[in-house]
Design a protein around this ligand. Structure first.
Ligand code: 3HC
Length: 307
């Protein structure tokens, strides 16, 4: 088939909602942008284990410890799902991981903030996983088959993550004065970075246009961000807490909440590696990779022996 024929075939599949599978012909740029997004998504899951992992040994009760352990283990599984989906596009696990360790690949800016109190674990579950769900439910319909299918399982586990986070904050919001203050403080620190998870404004989004055309993305960054604000602005009423945004106000005409301007300088600063914990996060990942060398060697030797 000529290149034109292949491109036409590919375009028809996208138009007719036929999933693109690993063995299908696809434009190099489609392959490249899926590798970029899926690998960075996987890195986010794995790096995202670090801020929460910090509280596994400090959880206030055995029950909370067990729940947090389960959540962090889920994130590891999400990362492995996504690394595997990425490999179907022809990039090896080593190459992908090296891109993270060298700083070439990104991961979500949100994980470069510190977890200062137990309430942060609640705020991460409720806000960060809540934002991730909004984005990932959309990705269950992404055009690349393995990515869409990985999202189905991930979204089921994310809703447990969000509920356990909200429940942590609900208990604190009904607790002592100090616990109420701890709850509000965590919401104040995690609100704006959670809005940044959806990426730059549509006008500054370099990948969105093409990703929408190829149905990798079904909704724009700003659309998803707005859905998230509308959801959280209602849920926070149950907590009796406030979002740190004096411009947050229901707009009857728009049928959405208006909200304040995001600090885009902070966003790009963190994306460029100058956030509060960027160095600590990458150092931890590189150390884990080095210390895990023997496990990979043993697994490879075992697989070789069994051939
Ligand atoms: N942190 C770091 N980089 C970001 C970012 C963020 N919050 N938002 C955008 N960027 C980067 C993009 O990767 C892109 O850089 P690149 O071209 O070098 O990759 C650049 O900023 C411009 O952004 P675009 O809007 O053009 O990029 P996309 O079209 O890729 O949209 C996205 C960004 C919405 C994050 C999209 O990549 C996406 O949907 N990714 C999959 C979901 C994901 O990665 N979520 C991260 C959190 S995972 C998580 O929270 C796990 C949960 O279990 C806790």
């Amino acid at each position: 088939m000529t290149l034109q024929g292949l491109e036409k075939n590919f375009g028809e599949k996208i138009d007719n909602e036929v999933k693109i599978e690993p063995k299908d012909w696809m434009p190099d740029a489609y392959r490249k942008t899926n590798i970029r997004q899926i690998s960075q998504h996987a890195h986010s899951e794995i790096v995202g284990m670090l801020p929460e992992g910090n509280w596994i040994s400090r959880a206030p009760t055995l029950k909370r410890k067990a729940i947090l352990l389960a959540k962090v283990q889920d994130e590891a599984g999400h990362g492995l799902y996504l690394y595997s989906a990425c490999e179907t596009l022809g990039i090896t696990r080593e190459e992908t991981i090296n891109d993270l360790h060298s700083g070439k690949a990104k991961y979500s800016s949100i994980f470069n903030y510190p977890t200062l109190t137990w309430a942060d674990i609640g705020a991460i579950g409720w806000l960060v996983d809540g934002a991730a769900i909004i984005n990932q439910v959309m990705l269950t319909r992404t055009s690349y088959g393995p990515y869409a299918r990985a999202m189905v399982r991930i979204c089921k586990e994310e809703s447990f993550h969000q509920r356990q986070g909200f429940e942590i904050l609900l208990v604190l919001s009904k607790g002592s004065k100090e616990q109420k203050e701890m709850c509000q403080d965590a919401i104040n620190r995690w609100w704006w970075p959670s809005l940044m998870m959806f990426g730059p404004k549509d006008a500054e989004s370099t990948n969105s246009d093409q990703s929408m055309k190829w149905k990798i993305k079904r909704k724009s960054n700003d659309e998803l961000r707005q859905n998230f604000v509308d959801m959280i602005a209602e849920q926070i009423k149950t907590l009796g807490m406030k979002l740190p945004d004096d411009n947050l106000k229901w707009n009857e005409e728009r049928n959405h909440y208006d909200f304040g301007e995001i600090n885009w300088e902070e966003f790009w600063n963190v994306v460029k590696g100058n956030g509060p914990c960027n160095k600590q996060r990458l150092d931890a990942r590189r150390k884990a990779w080095e210390e895990g060398e023997w496990v990979r060697e043993a697994a490879a030797a075992y697989a070789e022996k069994r051939k």
